[in-house]
Design a protein around this ligand. Sequence first.
Ligand code: KG4
Ligand code: ZN
Length: 343
Amino acid sequence: MRVLGIETSCDETAVAIYDSEQGLMAHTLFSQVAMHAEFGGVVPELASRDHVRKLVPLIRTVFKAADLPFGEVDAIAYTAGPGLVGALMVGASLARSLAWSWEIPALAVHHMEGHLLAPMLEDRPPRFPFVALLVSGGHTMLVDVQSVGAYEILGETLDDAAGEAFDKTAKMMGLPYPGGPLLSKLADQGRPGVFEFPRPMVDRPGMDFSFSGLKTAVRNAVAEQARDGEIPESVMADIAWAFQEAVVDTLVIKCRRALKETRHRALVIAGGVSANRRLREKLQDMADAQRCKLFYPRLEFCTDNGAMIAYAGCQRLQAGQQSGLAIEVKARWSLETLEAVNG
Ligand code: KG4
Ligand code: ZN
């Protein structure tokens, strides 16, 4: 079965074709980062308008790249939430309209399920059950994954998401948008031990996260340094190092707890922050020590992409699922409400 996947939940217009026999046939993406950079963050109305402009040409491109006649798929999967409603509506409307005219089913996909299943696109995919750490710009959660769609949330953030904490801290430190990856690059030049920030919530039981206090600690450190004039880049790098280390340590500690509690032997990390090199390094050390295996998507599938949506849609299509005809999207949508696919 072959599925066209469409992702428009935020600031990337992404399209892919996944085939259950042949695997990923083609994928393409247009990032709106340059457009939003001048405003220091995503402007929802501009995001929607740009999805309208880019989506149809990208769909044509992906069929060409897969060497398929236009429309030669069995279903269309689209991100139906969570995300920016206007942006989601663009993908949902086009997906539904194309599916109607091509007389094929359409499938509403949960964006975080897409991220969670992205490592399945790699050569050595994880096997169920596993623990998933989902760390993106909008979400931070630990999930007990029994099979596709059978998700139990073990813990989530009480305030900022990990990616959001990276982005907000980067902004505070004067880095341009999108700050997360830049802050992490700056941290690579920092020296360990110069600054020390708290590891939030690690002394409390449970697997929830909180990152807003850490953001305040960085703000105070920056303010204190700025008293003596402009902060040299090397000091900024030391602050970035300490911030990244605090976020990474917190995530690692909670992942270890989740592995112990569930007794699963595999940990999956996905979402934009799973691209972070230090996080991968420290999670690998922890997983080795626990005799567990660590899985993550290739770098380009850590952040938003169409491949993960096409893949998730294909799993649901194979299980005989499809969505009703209404064009429905959700700004908020719990992973736990999804229907399980028992494959
Ligand atoms: O999954 P994603 O592309 O979009 C959402 O669904 O939110 O994640 C984007 C987030 C942003 O907050 C970005 O700053 C963060 O992922 N991010 C990183 C890195 N690369 C992307 N954060 C830390 N280190 C990175 N290398
Ligand atoms: Zn995402």
